[in-house]
Write a protein that binds this ligand. Structure first.
Ligand code: PMV
Length: 322
């Protein structure tokens, strides 16, 4: 059994930040994202190689204990449903920097669960697969689907569904990479610190359904201005609640802020663009289809921007070789 799958990162327009239950990795809030193209995680899973335990190679090197443990945890979730699954050798490569706020865990686990499922004699249902992905990384089930995707809270679990196909509203994203260094505080630690110490946490959680509804409506109506308003608000509120933790979390650098101001200037001057930023210093400029050339040129000029990556909307995770 030797299966290769690919998946793309997704970026949330309405952010997930905070866990209702750390043991089950249950998010405290729903989220809405877009799946990107261009950036890709490719994951090959081989079973029956005779390996004693699951092994992980990331970008050609034996991975750290911590990353290997997360992959073993994922495979063990499959084994609860398919106990016959032998040890696996997992080889994963990212076409972009890992753990630097470009959603490598989302594409990583989406590719992994898709490859493992492709190797099963009787594959799991989509919802079971999404549940396993979510247990490993809260944002990764969104990368199972293309276009616009919503992850909704559903009692003791979550459900994830595409809400608009990418050709229906072909937005583009310009990523201003401002640092390629892996972030110091990962999202799980950051979320737990925020939940335990930020005085604004409850208001962040209770405000989320309003943002989700606004984004859903904006997407259904293809209303770029409305999506820009809720997208920037959700991003800034996520960072505000995290900054108010003790000690405060600061995922941005100076260049991130320069980029943020530039995006707002461009919008004031009539360019349809808004920003979003995840748990890292990269700024993602979401553009209406006619704007990305102008936006990419403007962001490339900012000192400290080390790379510009352009993406369209992408497809969901899929098996590419079996
Ligand atoms: O899936 P995780 O645990 O890496 O968390 C992702 C959190 C953010 O990227 C900051 C927001 C989101 O909704 O993707």
């Amino acid at each position: 059994m030797d299966v290769t799958a690919i998946a793309h990162p997704n970026i949330a327009l309405v952010k997930y930040w905070g866990k209702a239950d750390i043991d089950r990795n249950l998010p405290a809030v729903g989220s809405i994202s877009i799946t990107l193209d261009t950036l890709v995680t490719t994951t090959r899973v081989r079973f029956g190689t005779g390996a004693d335990c699951d092994e992980l190679f990331l970008d050609g090197h034996a991975a750290s204990e911590e990353r290997t443990a997360r992959v073993r945890f994922c495979l063990d979730l499959f084994r609860r449903l398919r106990p016959e699954l032998p040890s696996a050798v997992v080889e994963s490569t990212n076409s972009f920097p890992t753990a630097a706020g470009l959603a490598s865990s989302a594409s990583g686990f989406a590719a992994l669960v898709t490859a493992v499922n492709g190797a099963l004699e009787s594959p799991l249902e989509e919802d079971q697969l999404a549940e396993i992905a979510r247990r490993c990384s809260g944002s990764s089930p969104r990368s199972l689907y293309g276009g616009f995707v919503e992850l909704a809270l559903a009692g003791e679990t979550t459900s994830v569904r595409p809400i608009l196909d990418r050709p229906e509203w072909p937005l583009e994203v310009v990523i201003a990479v401002t640092s390629k260094v892996a972030k110091k505080v990962g999202s799980t630690d950051g979320m737990e610190l925020t939940r335990k110490t930020s005085p604004f946490y409850d208001s962040w959680v209770s405000g989320s359904p309003t943002d989700l509804a606004a984004a859903r409506n904006a997407i259904a109506a293809r209303d770029f201005e409305a999506l820009a308003a809720v997208g920037e608000a959700s991003c800034l509120r996520m960072h505000a609640v995290a900054m108010a933790a003790r000690p405060g979390l600061m995922y941005w650098n100076g260049t991130t802020i320069e980029c943020l101001h530039r995006v707002r200037e461009l919008r004031e001057q009539g360019t349809p663009v808004f920003f979003t930023i995840d748990a890292g210093p990269q700024l993602k400029a979401v553009c209406a289809p006619d704007a990305p050339d102008r936006v990419a040129a403007a962001l490339a000029e900012i000192p400290g921007v080390v790379e510009i990556i352009r993406c369209g909307l992408g497809d969901g995770a899929r098996v590419v070789r079996a």
